[in-house]
Design a protein around this ligand. Sequence first.
Ligand SMILES: [Zn+2]
Length: 77
Amino acid sequence: MTDSYRHRCGECGHRTAWGSQSRGEQAIAAHYAARHPHVVPGGMVEFRQGSSGCGSGCLIAVGVLVLFLVIAAATQH
Ligand SMILES: [Zn+2]
């Protein structure tokens, strides 16, 4: 599913609309740029359950993945 991702801001709880993963990343990046310009973008990714049968384990896996990306981005300079 291409519209199964939603990003949640780690600072204020803002959520993007359901959409593709890349679209969600752009939306949350834009949100951070506008609302939290001095904060490294982070937060959570929510994965909507569809026909794949993916449960909360998926959500946690994606969240951990995002955490790694944030750490990588923060240490990359
Ligand atoms: Zn926010």
